[in-house]
Design a protein around this ligand. Structure first.
Ligand SMILES: Nc1ncnc2c1ncn2[C@@H]1O[C@H](COP(=O)(O)OP(=O)(O)O)[C@@H](O)[C@H]1O
Ligand SMILES: [Mg+2]
Length: 169
């Protein structure tokens, strides 16, 4: 299972690269901004063997997080301009009997006053048509079903880091 997840992560990350031929995901994400050129950084732990998860579900969660991260760095790019290189990082790490999957960005971060709401269904700060506010709430539910945890660390103006922890078999 873990092999599948890592394979999935690897191929997703490479499909998101702007120079990847025919990368539908990336083209979809940057349909509104042709100049966006987001760097994807990956750091995968090769020592992870086995984990009891359904890769499709966890895959959907990670894609949600990546979408949010892309959005955050795109917004920041619009505000900051030339000197800002939009970057999204994805990593996996084994910690004891758990695995940690992290998706981080250096966007604008999440304001303190809304941090308690972001996992609630239909909560969104995006313009109508851009977000239904269901990404994080469904991600939260999926991770719970897998007996895991999802948490966020963020600093206003500096970025966000979403951390998924899952139990290894
Ligand atoms: N990486 C991020 N950077 C900044 N804000 C974020 C990030 N991820 C989530 N958020 C905040 O959490 C809200 C809810 O996210 P989500 O449930 O995925 O819904 P949606 O993406 O449709 O708005 C977003 O509208 C945004 O305010
Ligand atoms: Mg979302």
């Amino acid at each position: 299972m873990m092999k599948l997840l890592l394979f999935w992560l690897r191929s997703t990350a490479s499909r998101l690269r702007p120079d990847s031929p025919g990368n539908k995901s990336y083209q979809g994400l940057r349909a509104k901004d042709k100049t966006l050129n987001t760097t994807i950084k990956t750091d995968f732990d090769e020592t992870i063997d086995n984990i009891n998860i359904i890769p499709q579900d966890i895959g959907r969660v990670i894609l949600n997080l990546i979408n949010n991260a892309f959005y955050a760095v795109t917004e920041k790019k619009k505000q900051t301009g030339e000197n800002y290189e939009p970057t999204v990082s994805i990593s996996t790490k084994k910690i004891g009997d758990r695995i940690e999957i992290t998706v981080s960005d250096h966007g604008n971060g999440i304001p303190h006053k809304i941090i308690d709401k972001i996992f609630q269904p239909f909560f969104t700060t995006k313009p109508t048509g851009q977000g239904a506010g269901l990404g994080l709430s469904s991600s939260y539910d999926i991770i719970k079903v897998h007996g895991g945890e999802i948490k966020v660390e963020t600093k206003e103006g500096e970025g966000s880091e979403f951390i998924i922890q899952l139990q290894l078999l």
